[in-house]
Design a protein around this ligand. Structure first.
Ligand code: NAD
Length: 356
């Protein structure tokens, strides 16, 4: 397991430091882990003048999987757009052809009160949203601004998906469903959009190869509503880039704190970039106040998706559950009046739960 560690900026080094402790522990147990460290985002700009420098590019291509903290910070906000930390993130995703973005939204029973929905609606929530990441209206040509026939300014974009792009994300959807509850809901807007009509046809065709998975289809407006009405009806959801952008953010809020939510971005051969969904939290950077759990749950996804080590993924997830059950809370997941621990102490609790 050649793993590249990219701590990034802000709270990145603090939270990734806790993830590295877990990888080091696995290593001492004989798991064949090789760690390499590199720079991305503002840290890379400081050292090399670019947010995704050539040296990082080479490390990224040589690795089997990458663990990223987060990038960005006020210091870099005045840089030209091409040199900003976030461009490093877009560049590495594109360079590695990471077309599948997986975001689980899982609500631990102990944190049900932190969700914006009523506990009885969200307790036990466990949904995986899969978003296609490299196609759709975000990349379609032509796009731009022009004058229409009436001489009025208009903006325009082009939505399109090729059969092969739909097929490969559909396979990820069905394979993920096979690992979980064997239910896949494909979300589109086939009542209005031609792109969606093809999407629905192709997903249905791919579904014939996975007879054990129950496939359903839902229009995106209904899916947005169902996610807040009865989110537990979903197991795995697969959708395009635009709809997935919106639905994955909506689903993440159901699970309470942003500090709890991991993500994976995969290529066609399960090489992946694993990162928390939150940003670099400059307001708490360097204060030992960040929650490392989203990053540590990203490690669990890495073990499952890139290395097929469900056993290690389950151990990490069990350690998180164990620490939460013991009442260990960082500030972002504590209710008023509950005691809180820092980043390092949460890491200690997870490490000791790992061996428990
Ligand atoms: P943010 O996610 O960094 O922070 C939002 C709020 O959540 C803050 O109050 C922060 O303290 C809190 N928070 C975030 N992660 C936390 C954690 N692990 N534990 C406890 N609290 C946590 O979003 P923002 O403030 O809008 O952005 C800050 C910087 O991060 C910007 O430069 C932005 O561009 C960048 N950003 C990077 C990524 C990424 O690296 N993937 C994603 C989003 C934003």
């Amino acid at each position: 397991m050649k793993i590249l560690i990219l701590p990034g900026d802000g709270i990145g080094p603090e939270i990734v430091g806790q993830a590295v402790r877990i990888l080091e522990r696995f290593k001492t147990e004989g798991v064949p882990i090789e760690l390499e460290h590199g720079l991305l985002g503002g840290a890379a700009y400081d050292a090399h003048g670019h947010p995704y420098p050539e040296v990082t590019r080479q490390q990224a291509h040589a690795a089997d999987a990458i663990v990223l903290g987060c990038v960005g910070g006020p210091r870099y906000d005045t840089l030209p757009r091409a040199l900003r930390p976030e461009q490093g993130l877009l560049a590495i995703r594109k360079d590695l052809s990471l077309f599948a973005n997986l975001r689980p939204a899982l609500l631990y029973p102990e944190l049900a009160a932190a969700s914006s929905l009523k506990p009885e609606i969200v307790a036990g929530l466990d949904v995986l949203i899969i978003r296609e990441l490299t196609g759709d209206i975000y990349f379609g040509q032509p796009r731009g601004r022009r004058q229409n026939a009436a001489g009025e300014d208009e903006g325009f974009d082009t939505m399109h998906y090729a059969r092969s792009e739909i097929e490969r994300i559909a396979h990820i959807g069905f394979k993920s469903a096979m690992r979980r509850g064997r239910r896949l809901c494909s979300v589109d807007k086939a009542n209005v959009l031609d792109t969606s009509i093809l999407w629905r046809e192709v997903v249905t065709e791919v579904g014939r190869l996975y007879p054990e998975v129950a496939l359903s289809h839902m229009y995106v407006d209904n899916a947005a509503m169902q996610l807040v009405r009865a989110p537990k009806q979903f197991d795995v959801v697969v959708t395009g880039n635009l709809f997935g952008d919106i639905l994955s953010d909506e689903a993440s809020m159901l699970a309470g704190s942003i500090g709890m939510l991991p993500s994976a971005s995969l290529d066609a051969r399960n090489k992946g970039l694993y990162e928390p969904i939150h940003g670099s939290a400059p307001d708490i950077a360097g204060q030992d106040a960040a929650n490392p759990i989203a990053t540590i749950l990203s490690l669990a996804m890495m073990m499952r998706y890139s290395f097929d080590r469900d056993d290690l993924a389950r151990r990490i997830e069990a350690a998180v559950r164990h620490a939460l059950a013991r009442g260990i809370r960082t500030r972002d997941i504590a209710l008023p009046g509950e005691g809180v621990v820092g980043t390092q102490a949460m890491g200690d609790a997870l490490l000791s739960a790992l061996s428990a």
